[in-house]
Design a protein around this ligand. Structure first.
Ligand code: SF4
Length: 594
C-alpha cells in the first residue's frame, strides 16, 4: 500500500520504508526486495538506505521498542540507573530483543526532551519525566501487553515549558497575518533583507540574500521548479526549541514557508521533520489541512490567482547528520544522508537539482513575523549585527529548564540567573559541536558577533565532571558520523577510544598529545561540519577544565590501549602454562634487554 500511495517513486523511499515499517515492525529482506521491485531501484540502494538510518530496522525488534534518550543531561538526571532497572525487571540485556520478541530496550541520541528528562521513546512515542515508579509501571504494561493507546495519557505529556517570551513567542499573530500583508515578491524580499534576519540554525547566513540567490537561479531539466525546505531536523544535543515552535506555533512556521515560496517563486514546500518528532506528524498535518480549508495554502491563496503553494511533511529517521542541509536534501530524495560537495549550493541546485531555499524552523517563523509587522520593527530588536531574538533551549543544572526567548545580545550570566542556575561551572552552548563556556566568560553575549548558537544551552554546576561531559559528546559523534570520509569516520572513533582509555586510568601525556593530533585532523580534513566540529568539546574542556583530565592521567609514558598479556590469559589457561615466558610483558622485556 505504501508503494502504491507513493506511486513507486524512488525519491520518496524514506517515506515508503517508514510507512511499511510502521505496519510490519521491521524491514525484512523480503520487504526490501519488494520495495526495490516497486521503485525500480537497485536492491543494494534500498538496503543502503535502510541500513543508514538509526530508526530503520533490518533485524526484528520487540513489539515494544524502548529507546532511552542518552544525552548528557539525561545521564545527569539518572537515565542509566533507570534503564538498568527496566532491563533487570524485564530480564533483558540493553540492545537485545527478549526471547519472546516482546520488547527491546536500547539507547538513542538526544530526543529533544532535555527539559523534561530522563525521557524515552516507546514505539517512537515520547515518555517524559521518567522515575523508578514510572519504570515499574511501564514494565507491568509491557508484561501485560497493554496497547500504547491504553497507557496512562500523562506518560505521553510533552510540555512546551516556555519560560520567557519576547518578540516571536509573545507576538500577537493570527493565521494569515503575514499573507494578508504581502506586497510584491521584490518588496517582501527587500523587507526580509532590510530586517537583518539571519539563519537561526547557527551559521547565520542572511535569509534575504539566500532567498535572493534562489529567486535569481534558474530551474533545470524537464521539470524546472523552485522549492522551499524547512529544516526541522534539530538534532543538536540539548536543542528542543523547534519542538515547541512546531507544537504551538506551526501556523507561523508554515506561513513563513509560504512567504518564502511567494518570494522565490516556489509552489511546493517540504518540511523535513526529525524522526524523534514522529508524534508531531498528525497534529502538523491537521494544521496544514486547516490552512488549506482557510485558503492559506493550496491553489490561489487568499483568492490571488497564480499564488499557489502547498506543503508536505517528510519524516527523517534518526540521523543527526541530516541537519546539514545537503545531507537533508539527499535524505529528502530518498538516499543516504551523506553531505554533498559544495558548490553547487542548494540555492542553485538543491532538491531534485532545482533551486531550493533551505531554512531553519525559527528563521521561517521570524520571516512570517517580519512580513506581518515590518522590517523596521524587527531590526530595532537585538544588536546591530544580530537583529531580532533568539530562542534558547535550556537544560541541565538549573531550577527552571525550558524555552527562553531573548533579544540578541543577552549575556550568558543573565540567562543563568533567569533559569535559576547556581554554582555553575560551565555552559555548553550550541550543542555538542558548540562552545564550552567557563565562568570567566559568563559576561559574553549570545549574538552572531560573539557566541552564535542554534539554541542549545546546557548548564553544568560544579559537581559535574567536565571530562565525562566531553566523553559523552565524543561517543555521540562516533554514533552520528555518516562514515563517508575517513578523517571523521576514523577520527571520531580514535577520539572516543582515547577518552575511554583515559577514563579507565591507562592514559598519559602521550594520549593527550594524540587527542590534539586527532582534533586537528578532524577540523582540517573532514568533509562536512559534523567532522570539523566533532572535537570542539574535547578541545574546550582540555583547555578550560584541564584538572578533570589530569586527575586521570596515571601513566607517565605510553601504555597501549590493548592489553596483550591479558588477552593471552585464555591461552595460558588452555595450555596450563603460567611461567614468566608465557607472559607477554616479561618475555618482551627480556628480548629487548637481550
Ligand atoms: Fe560524514 Fe563525518 Fe565526513 Fe561529514 S565529516 S561527510 S558526517 S564522515
Amino acid at each position: 500500500a505504501a508503494l502504491l500511495r507513493h506511486g513507486g517513486d524512488g525519491t520518496r523511499l524514506m517515506q515508503i520504508l517508514r510507512e511499511i515499517q510502521e505496519q510490519t515492525g521491521w524491514l525484512s529482506p523480503d520487504i526490501l526486495t519488494r520495495v526495490a521491485e516497486g521503485t525500480r531501484l537497485p536492491r543494494g540502494r534500498i538496503e543502503g538506505v535502510a541500513g543508514f538510518y538509526h530508526f530503520f530496522h533490518t533485524e526484528p525488534l520487540g513489539r515494544y521498542r524502548v529507546l532511552w534518550s542518552d544525552n548528557i543531561t539525561d545521564r545527569m538526571a539518572g537515565n542509566a540507573d533507570l534503564m538498568a532497572r527496566m532491563c533487570k525487571k524485564l530480564w533483558l540485556k540493553p540492545g537485545r530483543v527478549s526471547e519472546d520478541g516482546l520488547v527491546s530496550v536500547d539507547t538513542t541520541s538526544c530526543t529533544g526532551l532535555c527539559d523534561q528528562g530522563p525521557a524515552l521513546l516507546v514505539n517512537y512515542r515520547p515518555v517524559t519525566r521518567m522515575t523508578a515508579e514510572r519504570v515499574d509501571q511501564i514494565v507491568e504494561l509491557i508484561r501485560h501487553q497493554t496497547p500504547l493507546a491504553e497507557w496512562p495519557a500523562e506518560f505521553f505529556t510533552v510540555e512546551d515549558n516556555i519560560r520567557r517570551k519576547d518578540a516571536l513567542l509573545g507576538a500577537d499573530f493570527q493565521p494569515g497575518d503575514a499573507l494578508k500583508a504581502l506586497k510584491s515578491p521584490q518588496e517582501v524580499l527587500d523587507a526580509v533583507k532590510e530586517s537583518g534576519l539571519r539563519g537561526r540554525g547557527g551559521a547565520g547566513f542572511s535569509t534575504g540574500q539566500k532567498w535572493d540567490f534562489c529567486r535569481a537561479a534558474l530551474g533545470s531539466g524537464a521539470n524546472p521548479a523552485h522549492y522551499v525546505v524547512c529544516n526541522a531536523d534539530e538534532g543538536e544535543p540539548g536543542t528542543f526549541k523547534d519542538r515547541v515552535l512546531l507544537s504551538s506555533y506551526a501556523d507561523m512556521v508554515f506561513e513563513g514557508m509560504t512567504v518564502s515560496g511567494y518570494v522565490i517563486g516556489a509552489k511546493k514546500g517540504l518540511v523535513y521533520l526529525r524522526g524523534e518528532y514522529r508524534y508531531l506528524l498528525e497534529p502538523l498535518n491537521a494544521v496544514l489541512e486547516k490552512r488549506r480549508a482557510a485558503k492559506l495554502l493550496g491553489q490561489s491563496i487568499l483568492g490571488r490567482t497564480g499564488f499557489d503553494f502547498d506543503i508536505e511533511i517528510h519524516m527523517g529517521a534518526g540521523a543527526y547528520v541530516c541537519g546539514e542541509e545537503t545531507a537533508l536534501l539527499e535524505s529528502l530524495e530518498g538516499k543516504r544522508g551523506v553531505p554533498r560537495k559544495r558548490p553547487p549550493f542548494p540555492v542553485t541546485s538543491g532538491y531534485l537539482g532545482q533551486p531550493t531555499a533551505v531554512n531553519n524552523v525559527e528563521t521561517l517563523a521570524s520571516a512570517a513575523l517580519i512580513t506581518a509587522k515590518g522590517a523596521a520593527w524587527y531590526k530595532a530588536i537585538g544588536t546591530p549585527k544580530s537583529a531580532g531574538t533568539k530562542i534558547l533551549s535550556i537544560s541541565g543544572d538549573c531550577e527552571r529548564p525550558g524555552i527562553y526567548e531573548y533579544p540578541y545580545g543577552v549575556k550568558v550570566s543573565q540567562v543563568l540567573a533567569d533559569c535559576g542556575a547556581r554554582d555553575t561551572q560551565a555552559c555548553q552552548i550550541a550543542g555538542a559541536s558548540g562552545l564550552c563556556v567557563a565562568p570567566n566568560e559568563f559576561g559574553r553575549r549570545i549574538a552572531f558577533e560573539d557566541i552564535p548558537t542554534g539554541g542549545s544551552f546546557m548548564v553544568f554546576d560544579n559537581t559535574r565532571d567536565m571530562f565525562q561531559v566531553a566523553r559523552n559528546f565524543a561517543h555521540f559523534f562516533v554514533h552520528e558520523s555518516c562514515g563517508f570520509c575517513t578523517p571523521c569516520r576514523v577520527g571520531t572513533t580514535l577520539l572516543a577510544n582515547a577518552m575511554d582509555k583515559i577514563d579507565e586510568g591507562h592514559g598519559g601525556e602521550y594520549d593527550i598529545n594524540d587527542i590534539w593530533r586527532v582534533i586537528r585532523t578532524l577540523k582540517t580534513a573532514s568533509h562536512c561540519g559534523l567532522g570539523q566540529t566533532a572535537g570542539n568539546c574535547v578541545a574546550d574542556t582540555l583547555q578550560k577544565f584541564r584538572p578533570s583530565y589530569e586527575l586521570r592521567l596515571n601513566v607517565r609514558d605510553f601504555e597501549p590501549a590493548f592489553d596483550l598479556d591479558k588477552a593471552l590469559s585464555k591461552m595460558r589457561e588452555v595450555t596450563g602454562r603460567d611461567d614468566p615466558g608465557a607472559h607477554f610483558h616479561i618475555a618482551h622485556r627480556k628480548s629487548r634487554a637481550g
